[in-house]
Write a protein of this length. Structure first.
Length: 432
């Protein structure tokens, strides 16, 4: 019953084809697999290396994967556009900007925007806001439809995903989320833990609120509590997410002490994640978003500077990853005066950018460390300028963080603590 209540968001019929790229031992993969088998649908397994060819060959109706795969697809599409002729590049980028603006307006007049404000907007303001968004969307709609025919159709034929992409097992970057929405590829995000078998919230096609992990599943409850006092916080307030429902585990096997640390006497599981619940508003741009869950990172990942200020690294990392020059990033700075970062540069994109800016000769195949650092700093300034904390010292490393070297989890999330431990000496030198 639990799996079907979750997968109700993508009702499948016999004949549908699912393409899965998930670790076979992961609870998310097991739940997906059992549901697909129960429907008698075709399932195809693939790997990162074969993903591009398999998408084109099998043309899946659904892609079930972790966020990294969608980020890889996004980067691949952006690279394809950037290496096109100047005219094609300008046309594609212009259409994408128009579609992003159209979808932004569409979210406003459909009432699918996120807000932390508990105060209800006035009826007059809500109507004017709706009217303005509707007019702008109507103006942009013809260009968006033209973009579907001239640009997005080619992307669709290359990746399939004709019905929906399902993302889970990690945080889906907002710029990737918005990009796929703009090119008319539906991506539905879900949230859960192994301890919750494994889903507690998911976005549905009718209420696919971008930037969230959707509404709680049926019979599932959420609350947000203060990390220090344990006080229950009102909707719109950020704190530690707790969840309760029938899919919650009974406890860790033969480990009652560990169980008691995460599940209280009332059956609430401490997820360890920082998040908030969107307030319910009957009118306005968030009228159809009330009750959705927004995740902002892990509580244990919070960096406390020596100044006493708290930094949520996930926000800075997500912003920095918008740069094509950055392949991977881990924000650091615990007990330091400033925020820093360990960065794996995208060598191909760095070389291309250096040539375009005439930093190196057009026939050069290498860029000095000093010039790479300068380029990366420029990108960080561009993408993180609106955040209160700016990234200071950076450590550039050549080897990517992977599952094989132990710096990524099986669900392709970077192990922050292990990265910091591996480069401990170099990090210390950054702050001298």
């Amino acid at each position: 019953m639990f799996i079907k209540s979750f997968w109700d968001i993508v009702p499948a019929e016999v004949g549908d084809r699912f393409l899965s790229m998930l670790p076979p031992w992961h609870a998310y993969e097991r739940a997906s697999e059992y549901f697909i088998f129960s429907c008698g649908a075709e399932q195809v397994y693939t790997t990162v290396r074969k993903l591009k060819n398999d998408l084109a060959h099998y043309q899946p109706h659904y892609l079930i994967s972790v966020p990294l795969v969608y980020e890889t697809l996004y980067s691949g599409i952006q690279k394809q556009i950037s290496t096109s002729s100047l005219v094609r590049k300008l046309v594609a980028l212009t259409f994408i900007r128009i579609s992003l603006a159209f979808m932004e307006c569409k979210r406003i007049y459909e009432g699918k925007c996120l807000t932390k404000h508990q105060k209800q907007p006035s009826y007059v303001y809500s109507m004017l806001d709706w009217l303005w968004a509707s007019i702008i969307a109507a103006i942009l709609f013809p260009a968006h439809m033209l973009a579907r025919k001239l640009v997005y159709r080619k992307i669709h034929s290359a990746i399939g995903i004709s019905k929906a992409g399902i993302s889970g097992g990690g945080s889906l970057s907002s710029h990737v989320d918005k990009f796929f929405e703009a090119i008319d590829v539906k991506v539905q995000n879900g949230y859960g833990l192994t301890e919750t078998s494994p889903v507690v919230a998911a976005r549905r096609l009718k209420y696919n609120v971008i930037g969230s992990v959707g509404h709680p599943l049926k019979h599932t409850e959420f609350k947000v509590v203060d990390s220090e006092t344990g006080e229950v916080l009102p909707p719109g307030s950020k704190g530690i997410l707790k969840v309760r429902g029938p899919q919650l585990m009974k406890g860790y096997y033969k480990n009652p002490s560990a169980t008691n640390k995460v599940i209280d006497g009332d059956g609430w599981l401490n997820t360890g994640d920082i998040g908030w619940i969107v307030p319910n508003h009957p009118t306005g741009r968030s009228r159809n978003s009330g009750g959705v869950i927004v995740i902002e990172g892990r509580a244990k990942d919070t960096i406390v500077l020596s100044t006493g200020e708290n930094v949520e690294p996930a926000q800075l990392e997500e912003a920095a990853m918008k740069s094509s020059l950055i392949q991977q990033i881990v924000v650091i700075g615990q007990d330091k005066r400033r925020v820093g970062a360990v960065i794996v540069p995208n060598k191909e994109e760095v070389l291309r950018a250096a040539r375009e800016l005439s930093i190196v000769d057009s026939d050069s195949s290498d860029v000095s460390q000093e010039k790479v650092t300068s380029l990366i700093y420029r990108e960080l300034k561009t993408w993180t300028s609106e955040y209160p904390f700016q990234i200071g010292p950076i450590l550039l490393v050549n080897d990517p963080f992977t599952i094989d070297n132990g710096l990524m989890t099986p669900t392709m999330k970077i192990r922050r603590d292990r990265v910091v431990a591996q480069y401990e000496d170099q990090i210390e030198n950054l702050y001298k």
